[in-house]
Design a protein around this ligand. Structure first.
Ligand SMILES: C[S@@+](CC[C@H](N)C(=O)[O-])C[C@H]1O[C@@H](n2cnc3c(N)ncnc32)[C@H](O)[C@@H]1O
Length: 408
């Protein structure tokens, strides 16, 4: 088939390349694909232009950083390319229920994120890292999951050229079961107790050292270190040398980060309560930014949190001697966050050797006498059967995740 009129000047090789790219984006028509790209590009440009002219206030300077009130895109466009060593953040999630801070709906998430991704890529140094903590989300009215956070990851890698260094999972041992409708009422899903944390970079070799973030040894490893280990080949084929049983400072951590959230009784929460400021409902625990900041930056490096919320990243940087900046659109959240930088504010970083024993599933032998939930849980048990539509309506109300993930 001859190429459409507007593509006639292209060499056959260029046309083939366009066709191939268009196909990978599920858009076999090259012209249609180019129109979509053009549309996408002008949307990003319009968003960036609007943000460029928006107000941005420097609310407070601290020893190492600054709290800004305003759109992250406004701040980012004022910064020099390659000036950031780490972007550590937790953006608004694509949750079923819109939160007070206005997260984009799951399906629009990538569109919403693109201008941020473009600026993140420009600002990050070649040795720097981008770390995004992002929780999963349920499809509206049914017990299935949105792919929005995986779409985000794929977009960042395929469209923007980031490398995925290692996906991490933040496991919250004290996470409440939610959504209650699927987990505790219909009993058709286990509880979701992990957040994905995407660690990305602009080159395959950002600066990093796992020696900075060691874990305590497990009891079995302690045993082995006491008794010694005879080097041999394991059934898996791994050749484990005797050096395996040499005591180091600690164990190399895995990408499953078990961190409880113990901030509810914090100085920050007490200050917010006392002054009538909203306590940020989606804070991450201090150990999460601490882990990445220690592993990926040196003292004096520049860290940025575009979606700063309660400015926990900033507080952690302050304690670790990293330079930092954070932007937050909601003034209410900033007012509460200022307490973190008051002269009497206690440190948020604590050092203990907490170890979590994760109970294994299937602890009760044969359970086949428990019937599987009929209909896969389409209807609530012991309830007047409802039409599918009504059940969906029900579910929509009952499955909006209470954002308990960071709030215990
Ligand atoms: C998940 S919260 C971050 C919480 C933070 N990690 C903490 O521990 O407190 C996301 C924050 O991003 C803010 N936000 C959303 N869009 C923004 C934007 N364009 N610029 C700056 N902040 C934004 C929201 O108001 C919300 O407070």
């Amino acid at each position: 088939m001859p190429p459409p009129h507007d593509l006639q000047g292209l060499t056959p090789e260029a046309l083939a390349a366009f066709r191939s790219v268009a196909n990978t984006h599920a858009c076999p028509e090259v012209m249609r694909y180019l129109e979509q790209m053009e549309q996408r590009h002008s949307t990003i440009e319009a968003t960036l232009t609007e943000a460029r002219h928006a107000p941005l206030y420097s609310v407070q300077r601290t020893t190492h950083g600054t709290l800004y009130e305003g759109n992250a895109l406004t701040y980012m466009q004022q910064q020099t390319a390659g000036s950031l060593d780490l972007i550590m953040t937790s953006p608004p999630f694509g949750l079923v229920r819109k939160k007070a801070y206005g997260n984009a709906a799951a399906e629009e998430y990538c569109d919403w994120f693109r201008p941020f991704a473009m600026e993140m890529y420009r600002l990050l140094s070649d040795t720097g890292s981008l770390v995004i903590d992002i929780g999963g989300s349920w499809e509206k009215g049914q017990p299935t999951r949105s792919l929005y956070h995986y779409d985000l990851l794929v977009m960042l890698v395929r469209e923007f050229g980031f490398y995925l260094c290692l996906e991490h999972y933040w496991f919250s041992p004290s996470k409440l079961p939610s959504p209650a409708e699927w987990v505790t009422i219909r009993r058709i899903r286990p509880k979701d107790a992990v957040n994905c944390v995407w660690w990305l970079s602009k080159t395959p070799f950002p600066k990093a050292s796992n020696k900075r973030v060691l874990s305590p040894y497990s009891d079995s490893m302690e045993n082995l270190l006491r008794k010694g280990y005879e080097g041999r080949k394991r059934p898996s084929g791994h050749d484990i040398s005797e050096r395996f049983s040499e005591r180091q400072q600690g164990a190399i951590p895995s990408n499953l980060l078990a961190i409880a959230n113990t901030e509810s009784s914090s100085h920050y929460s007490a200050y917010c309560r006392e002054h009538g400021y909203p306590i940020h409902p989606a804070r991450f625990p201090a150990k999460l930014p601490e882990y990445f900041i220690r592993m990926l930056t040196d003292p004096g490096d520049q860290v940025f949190d575009p979606f700063a919320g309660s400015f926990l990243t900033g507080r952690v940087c302050e304690e670790l001697g990293r330079k930092w900046a954070g932007t937050e659109v909601q003034r209410d959240y900033i007012q509460g966050a200022l307490s973190r930088f008051a002269p009497d504010a206690p440190n948020v970083l604590r050092y203990d050797k907490t170890t979590y024993a994760l109970p294994g599933p299937c602890a009760f032998g044969n359970t086949d006498d428990v019937p599987l939930v009929p209909d896969g849980g389409r209807h609530r048990a012991n309830k007047r059967p409802a039409s599918v539509d009504a059940a969906d309506e029900d579910a929509e109300d009952e499955t909006g995740q209470k954002e308990s993930r960071h709030e215990l």
